[in-house]
Design a protein around this ligand. Structure first.
Ligand SMILES: C[S@@+](CC[C@H](N)C(=O)[O-])C[C@H]1O[C@@H](n2cnc3c(N)ncnc32)[C@H](O)[C@@H]1O
Length: 225
């Protein structure tokens, strides 16, 4: 499938986004909840949160529910995703704002306590990723936290292949075309090992960098400003 067909595929799936993600990503919904539970602030605090590459807003909604005084800024490139996100989150009224933009070049604001990035940074090249880690660091308040769920590779190529095989079996057993998704991953994604990402987070000024969760070629990492 070419780029246009891939985008078409995603557009068609936007209505059943959680269903698709659950068929493609092991423990997708559990991972999202796990990620939000890592936010290290008191639930009564009026935290400012940026959901980078928000998609249809699953992480945003979890935060808005867990933190009744939180404000969330949902940022995404894809109009269709942002529209679904708006429909889903409009009930939170002034606690949520939306922005269509490209985080590689557009400003997403600053002064955040929390920046989340759920399964969105894997298209970036190494240099783009290092650069966005710096921008994210600068967009956080002191003591703010960045938490990301990522598609990763292991440092050992043998283990990476092992994980790919398990991942493909997982997608296939859920009725998905594992060959299509695996090829798409190979063509479009630039997965980076946890070790490299934690080092790049440190280089960007983050401390207490950590990997909290890992399932085959997926991980949840964080850094504190
Ligand atoms: C796989 S979805 C993940 C959505 C959601 N964060 C989640 O955890 O389910 C990736 C999202 O990142 C967005 N995205 C990809 N590249 C982007 C960019 N350069 N700027 C803003 N959003 C981007 C896509 O439009 C898509 O909605």
């Amino acid at each position: 499938m070419d780029e246009h067909q891939v985008q078409e595929h995603f557009r068609k799936q936007v209505g059943d986004y959680v269903g698709l993600m659950s068929r493609l990503i092991p423990e997708y919904e559990k991972g999202q909840r796990f990620l939000c539970e890592l936010i290290p602030f008191d639930k009564k605090q009026a935290i400012n949160v940026l959901d980078l590459g928000s998609g249809p807003g699953g992480l945003s909604e979890l935060v808005l529910e867990m933190y009744p005084k939180a404000k969330v800024h949902a940022f995404d490139l894809t109009e269709e995703m942002l529209l679904v996100c708006q429909e889903r989150l409009n009930k939170y009224e002034s606690r949520v704002t939306f922005q269509q933009g490209d985080y590689k070049k557009d400003s997403f604001g600053s002064g955040y306590d929390v920046i989340l990035a759920g399964l969105t940074l894997h298209h970036l090249t190494d240099e783009e990723r290092k650069s966005i880690f710096q921008v994210i660091h600068d967009a956080l308040k002191d003591e703010g936290i960045f938490i990301a769920q990522e598609i990763i590779v292991d440092e050992d190529p043998y283990v990476t292949e092992w994980h790919y095989s398990l991942w493909r079996n997982f997608m296939k057993s859920n009725g998905e075309d594992d060959e299509f998704w695996y090829q798409k991953h190979n063509e479009k994604d630039h997965p980076v090992s946890v070790e490299n990402q934690l080092e790049w987070l440190k280089n960007a000024g983050f401390s207490h960098t950590a990997c909290h969760w890992r399932y085959w070629n997926f991980a949840i990492i964080s850094g504190r400003k």
